[in-house]
Design a protein around this ligand. Structure first.
Ligand code: ZN
Length: 142
């Protein structure tokens, strides 16, 4: 059965990503430093290289794809909740190359920013905490 919580948006922040920083690391650090535990996140920009994951549902492991080339961030969408008591960013990304081809997956550490702009909608409401889920092998909301 589907479960949900009702949230209220309390503020929106917009910012610029740092050149040469890790995309997921920067977003996570920003949430930790600013005590953002619940929200939605989006970003556009460009990366020098990317590392994206695909979850193998049979093997229950992430397989990673390394894209060692400059790419546009066509879209990054994700959410912020708690994992092990700390803000955790779960984001998926669509990237485009020089020929307009698109790649995408679960955003992983190792994606290096060239330039980027993000928006975070900070929410208030019951905490969403990730915990191991037996059915999928993933850390899902309890
Ligand atoms: Zn994911």
């Amino acid at each position: 059965m589907m479960k949900s919580v009702e949230l209220q948006m309390i503020r929106r922040v917009m910012g610029r990503l740092e050149y040469d920083g890790d995309l997921l690391g920067q977003l996570t650090d920003y949430c930790i430093k600013n005590d953002i535990c619940l929200g939605r996140i989006e970003a556009i920009g460009a990366v020098k290289k990317a590392r994206i994951g695909f979850y193998d549902q049979e093997q229950r492991v992430y397989e990673y794809i390394n894209l060692d080339q400059p790419l546009e961030i066509l879209a990054l969408k994700g959410n912020i909740s708690l994992k092990d008591g700390k803000p955790f960013v779960h984001a998926h990304i669509t990237l485009g190359d020089a020929d307009g081809r698109a790649f995408g997956g679960h955003l992983a550490e190792g994606t290096i920013v060239f330039a980027g702009e993000f928006i975070i909608d900070v929410m208030d409401g019951p905490a969403l905490e990730r915990a191991p889920d037996d059915q999928t092998g993933l850390a899902l909301w309890k």
